[in-house]
Design a protein around this ligand. Sequence first.
Ligand SMILES: [Zn+2]
Length: 115
Amino acid sequence: MLDTSSVVSEGQNKSVVKCPHCDSQILSPQSATLLSQAHPLPTPTQPKEQQSPITEDLGEWWVVDDMFTFDNIGFSHTVGTTKYLVCADCERGPLGWHDNTSKKSYVALARVKHV
Ligand SMILES: [Zn+2]
């Protein structure tokens, strides 16, 4: 579990959410809601010739109801109804995932920077 107290205010992101690699701004303050729930996300680096991606369970997510809430976000690949989110500028990630059914997006607190 992450210590979220420094980045959460009344259940929302207290500060700007940025890409940890290139500082691109992903979310403005108070634009996403904290969800504490274990969900797998592929690890940032995958071994070559890996058939199915290696994932890790992450427990804290910024839930974004509407794609237009993002200041910047990109998509990488789609698996079933899940699209993986990457930085729009440097294309590194995945930083989270988007559910094509509910249209909600989930950004992993552990994969982004809070400024
Ligand atoms: Zn970036």
